[in-house]
Design a protein around this ligand. Structure first.
Ligand code: SF4
Ligand code: SF4
Length: 490
């Protein structure tokens, strides 16, 4: 069946999936795309998935607008290398925290997959949520039911076909633009995005290129590529054989109950599957769940709803296709607590303790003292020696902070700030300031050459940072690497 041939699956051609040439559910034997027209099955699971899906869409759209401690709930500012999550900003210096968060997320996915199978794919993945609950309903609204669309698609170009396609792609484009802006706002923030949108395009051409690219990708994915994202591209599906085991939750056909399948009136020798094809027609990845667990199955539960509806019409018990596990299908007990789930839970607990511990003990101020760029030292007219330092402080608290710079460790050491003596930092703000450290003549020759820079904050916090002084007597004065020395709080 070529792309422009009828490819809506009737009960009579469900068998196409059983042909030896059927390599992929979305490809026909000629190697062309088999365009799918999955029919919706509005049963028990559908309505729950619809509610969850729209809840996630609402969350996705609103998160960048929600502020906590004056910051967006989520802002992944790659340009500034600052990552704000629920009011807390992480910086490149928080490498361990970010690593703990990333590992925790990974282990959570592994644990959830081991217990609940591909529940993420069927219920939470944006690919499923937006395709099934936004893009396909629009298609159905503008182009009609599945069999109508299939027939129209295989027919010639008419006015009716043209305006419907144009209207659909126009609505798709508008939604894709809105989604692209929402997506990009996670990385630049809505305030900056609104400024760019209202400004002269020539001042923000990069923004337009980025937005056009993101919109095009979204449009291509949900308008054309669709289920192939799950069956061909997504790496998560490839890990299924490793992540799932016989105890994991899967969507499965009860072969013992259903076989031998058939449509005959004399049912005494047949199983409960009447071979109606409803489960195949509704499948968004085009597979036949009766062939067993397959990588293409995204556990969307549509075949459960479709089959339950058939069972209801036949006056039989639902559950010929159901959420179950391989163990349960074999008549054995499904265990949620098993060695691998215990191991994953233990690792997740350890990572959570590690993350919370690091967050709890995270210093309020991230401080760095370095030698200022330029002349490493200066001999003043009264023979005192001055070294210029550069101080970088990040206020990691949720309140305003002030600090002054002092020094100790050498008698009569003085600090002359470059600029105001007190520096004010807003919550989460990072500022740089500079100061001269001045010591008496000859002291560096006779005595210790290291001073302690003291940053005194208005909340009583003191940060003490050792800093090596340079003078005409220092051999390091000739060494550029020593001159560029940076110091952090000890
Ligand atoms: S929907 Fe149920 S009865 Fe119909 S073909 Fe699928 S498994 Fe058989
Ligand atoms: S086989 Fe069933 S659960 Fe799996 S993708 Fe198809 S409809 Fe969804």
């Amino acid at each position: 069946m070529a792309r422009n041939e009828r490819s809506f699956i009737d009960a009579d051609d469900v068998g196409i999936l059983d042909s030896p040439e059927a390599v992929l559910s979305t490809m026909n034997k000629e190697g062309d795309r088999r365009w799918l027209y999955p029919t919706p099955s509005k049963g028990f699971y559908y309505w729950w998935r619809l509610a969850v899906g729209w809840g996630l869409i609402a969350l996705f759209v609103s998160l960048p607008w929600i502020t906590i401690n004056g910051k967006p709930a989520v802002l992944l500012d790659l340009m500034s290398r600052e990552f704000t999550l629920f009011g807390t900003t992480f910086y490149p210096t928080d490498t361990l925290l970010l690593l703990g968060f990333a590992l925790g997320t990974l282990v959570s996915i592994i644990l959830i997959s081991a217990i609940f199978g591909r529940i993420w794919c069927g219920w939470g993945c944006p690919q499923t949520v937006y395709l099934e609950f936004v893009y396909r309903p629009i298609e159905r609204w503008l182009e009609g039911a599945e069999h109508v669309r299939a027939r129209r698609d295989e027919g010639p170009l008419t006015f009716d076909k043209a305006w419907r396609k144009t209207a659909k792609w126009s609505v798709y484009a508008v939604i894709s633009v809105a989604l692209a802006h929402t997506f990009v706002s996670y990385f630049v923030g809505w305030e900056r995005l609104l400024t760019w949108m209202q400004g002269d395009p020539r001042d923000h051409w990069g923004y337009f290129v980025m937005m056009a690219g993101t919109t095009a990708l979204i449009l291509f994915d949900f308008g054309f590529f669709r289920e192939q994202m799950c069956t061909i591209t997504c790496p998560y599906a490839r890990f299924q054989s490793v992540l799932l085991d016989p105890h994991s939750l899967i969507v499965s056909y009860d072969e013992e109950r259903g076989e031998p399948r058939g449509r005959g009136k004399e049912r005494s020798e047949l199983g409960d599957c009447i071979d109606c094809g409803a489960c195949v027609r509704t499948c968004p990845t085009g597979i036949d769940i009766r062939d067993g667990l397959q990588m293409e199955c995204v556990a969307c539960t549509q075949c459960i709803d479709a089959c339950d509806d058939i069972m209801d019409k036949m006056g039989w018990e639902p559950g010929l296709i159901k959420y179950t596990s391989e163990k349960a299908l074999d008549g054995e007990k499904t265990n949620i607590v098993r060695p691998r789930t215990l191991l994953y839970s233990g690792v997740l607990l350890a990572l959570t303790v590690f993350f919370v511990g690091l967050l709890w003990t995270r210093p309020t101020y991230d401080v760095n003292v370095a030698r200022a760029v330029g002349e490493p030292f200066m001999v003043l007219p009264d023979d005192r020696v001055a070294n210029r330092i550069r101080v970088r402080v990040r206020n990691q608290s949720a309140t305003e902070a002030r600090f002054t710079i002092g020094a100790e460790g050498i008698p009569d050491v003085q600090v002359n700030p470059v600029g105001p003596g007190e520096t004010v930092l807003q919550p989460q703000e990072m500022r740089r300031t500079e100061a001269w450290i001045v010591v008496p003549p000859d002291v560096l020759e006779r005595d210790r050459r290291e001073v302690t820079v003291v940053l005194s904050f208005d909340d009583g916090t003191e940060k003490r940072i050792p800093f090596p002084m340079l003078s005409p007597h220092s051999s390091e004065a000739e060494d550029p690497e020593a001159i560029n020395h940076e110091a952090s709080p000890s």
